[in-house]
Design a protein around this ligand. Structure first.
Ligand code: 5RP
Length: 228
């Protein structure tokens, strides 16, 4: 079984949560692409649902498969969001945004009655932080935000693509912030959220309700532990 096989198995398992009449949030990335493909197949077979998407790439894919896509600007609540992750810990806290879509992904996740992550076994970690935390920044505030992130202890790297600064779907910049092991993800998320000019970051603290994790061809569903 390859990593891609596991991504697909996780996506197919989560697709079973999509029921007729639902409004579904579709994530971004290679695992989410397997999900969108599968939901396109199910739509073609007669399952009727509508979608909102978290990136222009996912919008193109979903529309290409004939899935009705609503503008998220018109939507306050959705039934279910399904998305990938870069790292996820035992408390279902995650780092997202290697694909650059974490701002829209977080808006869609926050609007969802339920949000599940789909992942292969390489994504689970005991402690978040081996992956950088992507921080989406207004170009206007680039230098100020870079300084503030450095003060928080990060090694800050401006994301580039084809030799130029990477631009998000909102035309913003991304700083990939290497913090190392993150002892208190909630506190770090709060600090990041308080930086003016930083419009979003990839730490997901309490948005994720369930994790479909596929390892060596078998998938398990882990639900968020109940807070004590
Ligand atoms: C995009 C994301 C993706 O969900 C995350 O990067 C996982 O991607 P992949 O499924 O390709 O490993 O957060 O912004």
């Amino acid at each position: 079984m390859s990593q891609d096989d596991d991504k697909k198995i996780a996506a197919l398992a989560a697709a079973d949560e999509v029921k007729a009449g639902m409004l579904v949030g579709m994530g971004t990335g290679s695992t989410a692409a397997f999900l969108i493909d599968e939901l396109g197949r199910r739509f073609a077979q007669g399952l009727r649902f509508r979608a909102v998407v978290t990136s222009l790439a996912s919008e193109r894919q979903a529309q290409g498969l004939g899935i009705p896509v609503l503008p998220f600007s018109d939507v306050a609540h959705i039934d279910l969001a399904i998305d990938g992750a870069d790292e996820i810990d035992p408390q279902l806290r995650a780092i997202k945004g290697a694909g650059g879509a974490m701002l829209r992904e977080k808006c869609v996740a926050a609007s969802a009655a339920r949000m599940v992550v789909i992942a292969d076994g390489s994504k689970t970690v005991a402690m978040l932080g081996a992956a950088p935390v992507p921080c989406e920044t207004l170009p206007f505030a680039q230098s100020f935000v870079e300084g503030a992130l450095t003060e928080l202890g990060a090694r800050v790297v401006l994301r580039t693509k084809d030799g130029a600064p990477y631009r998000t779907d909102q035309d913003n910049l991304i700083f990939d912030c290497h913090f190392g092991a993150i002892a208190d993800p909630g506190a770090l998320a709060a600090s990041l959220s308080s930086i003016p000019g930083m419009v979003g970051h990839g730490l997901f603290i309490d948005e994720i309700d369930g994790l479909y994790l596929a390892k060596n061809g078998s998938v398990t569903l882990k639900e968020r532990p109940v807070a004590s």
